[in-house]
Design a protein. Structure first.
Length: 172
């Protein structure tokens, strides 16, 4: 699959079926499991509203077909205003470099959006695919942390960072 086939587009109100696919048990194994439908509708609304400002959420498309989701949002971390990123690629598109390219496109977008602060990813330590993705996509490993996800559920994660999208290079 060529990089040029992979694009990002904003979420739309009609994308409820896509958000349901992201909510499948195999997609949420390291994210606290599937959410109930009412929460999914609220999540979709948040994603659709995130078309401007410092929160941006995108559908990843491969040749115009939805293949997953990627985005970033502000998060205070260790007393500093920073950002967090998250992602999911549907099983039939996994292992083909889709997420790696989507992250490069996301960092390009963050740079255009004037984001000038660290962007962290916090994959659970046993999430082999997501940790491999961070390494492949050029994030720097800072160490392990305990975070609550979902709220009230402490999990051990790796803290990976892109120090600044302005200087991001996927090949570092
Ligand atoms: C994590 C995820 C987005 C990766 O997407 P992807 O498009 O398959 O990733 P890529 O093809 O770009 O692969 C990136 C790197 O990760 C590695 N990788 C991907 N899946 C892997 C797996 N299951 N086991 C080991 N390595 C894996 C790839 O081999 C590649 O590294 P390499 O080129 O050095 O071999 C996808 O597995 C997913 O959606 N998982 C479920 C949701 C999830 O866990 N989200 C993240 C929560 S933090």
């Amino acid at each position: 699959m060529s990089d040029v086939d992979i694009t990002l587009r904003p979420w739309r109100r009609e994308d409820l079926d896509l958000i349901k696919r992201l909510n499948a048990p195999e997609m949420t194994e390291h994210l606290g499991g599937p959410e109930p439908d009412t929460k999914l509708k609220q999540r979709l609304e948040r994603y659709v509203s995130a078309a401007s400002g410092n929160t941006r959420m995108f559908v990843i498309e491969v040749s115009g077909i939805a293949a997953g989701s990627v985005g970033y949002w502000p998060r205070e971390w260790q007393g500093q205003p920073q950002f967090e990123t998250g992602w999911g690629v549907f099983p039939e598109y996994q292992g083909k470099g889709v997420a790696t390219t989507a992250i490069r496109l996301l960092m390009d977008e963050a740079r255009r959006n004037g984001i000038n602060a660290p962007i962290h990813a916090f994959p659970e330590i046993h999430n082999v695919a997501s940790n491999a993705l961070c390494r492949k996509a050029g994030f720097r490993l800072l160490g392990t942390e305990i975070v609550e996800y979902p709220p009230g559920n402490p999990i051990t994660v790796n803290d990976w960072v892109v120090d600044n999208p302005k200087t991001y290079s996927p090949n570092r």
